[in-house]
Design a protein around this ligand. Structure first.
Ligand SMILES: Nc1ncnc2c1ncn2[C@@H]1O[C@H](COP(=O)(O)OP(=O)(O)OP(=O)(O)O)[C@@H](O)[C@H]1O
Ligand SMILES: [Mg+2]
Length: 159
């Protein structure tokens, strides 16, 4: 379990980019945090790290958006999912167990569809400081533990 601080939207994008550059095919990121915490900003960074040039926007109304980089990137926002049946209807399992990277905002809405192994990231806001965010990373599974160790090295080296 590691924590990384961000003091601006740009820093959040840069942390996401570093993570995106070390992710492997099939990686799943469960990104939690309140409304406006910075989940979509982080996702933009991950896309950059995956070499995606297309502009990444929130998939709130479409639930899922696909991009093509050095591997496919599936950006999911489950906020508007009514129930988990809808997740199955969208074929979410195909994405989660496919060869791309899947990043899910509001993963709590589709708990039973999620794989056991994933990288959990919780973004905490500091309500006394408008731009401060704390990223708490909880990897589940050996491959994600490795990814977090690598990320830690990169991020600390940049400090
Ligand atoms: N350190 C920071 N990191 C990320 N965003 C920040 C930071 N500081 C301020 N912000 C602002 O917070 C907002 C984050 O918006 P964003 O859409 O990324 O949040 P979100 O978590 O995806 O929200 P939602 O739950 O609605 O999908 C933006 O307006 C951004 O400018
Ligand atoms: Mg969002």
């Amino acid at each position: 379990l590691i924590t990384i601080m961000s003091d601006s939207p740009e820093k959040t994008i840069s942390i996401g980019k570093t993570l995106g550059s070390i992710l492997k095919p099939g990686s799943v990121i469960c990104l939690r945090g309140d409304l406006g915490a910075g989940k979509t900003h982080f996702a933009k960074g991950v896309a950059l790290g995956l070499g995606i040039e297309e502009h990444v926007t929130s998939p709130t109304y479409t639930i899922i958006k696909e991009y093509e980089g050095r591997m496919p990137f599936y950006h999911v926002d489950a906020y508007r999912l009514d129930d988990e049946d809808e997740a199955y209807e969208l074929g979410l399992e195909e994405y989660l167990y496919g060869k791309g990277v899947t990043l899910i905002e509001w993963p709590e809405r589709l708990q039973s569809v999620l794989p056991n192994d994933c990288l959990n990231i919780n973004i905490k806001q500091n309500y006394d400081d408008n731009e401060e965010r704390e990223f708490v990373l909880k990897p589940v599974g050996s491959e994600y533990i490795k990814i977090v160790e690598e990320l830690k090295e990169f991020v600390c080296a940049g400090d």
